[in-house]
Design a protein around this ligand. Structure first.
Ligand code: ZN
Length: 92
């Protein structure tokens, strides 16, 4: 799901406000991070009885996130979009 310009600017500003110049936790790169203007979802599926299969059905639980990709090592960092939206709205 694409974020509009207003949403994306508010979210990226909030991350910069709280995290400063974001530093990759893997390689230490601290410039050129690529924040995608997209809302991604981390899904919580159900494991089968063997624990080897995963299914997503009905009302799956999910976490709304935005993602930033390190330009050096390609590590992806997720930020909780619900928390960011609460911070932007001044909620605790
Ligand atoms: Zn990196």
């Amino acid at each position: 799901m694409e974020l509009n310009d207003e949403q994306f600017n508010a979210i990226s500003s909030e991350i910069i406000k709280k995290a400063g110049l974001f530093k990759c936790p893997v390689c230490g790169q601290n410039a050129g991070y690529n924040f995608a203007p997209t809302e991604f979802h981390v899904l919580a599926g159900e494991r089968d009885s063997n624990g080897t299969g995963l299914s997503f059905g009905g009302q799956s639980t999910f976490l709304r996130v935005v993602a930033a990709t390190c330009p050096h090592c390609a590590h992806i960092s997720f930020f909780n979009l619900v928390r960011l939206e609460k911070n932007i709205a001044g909620e605790k």
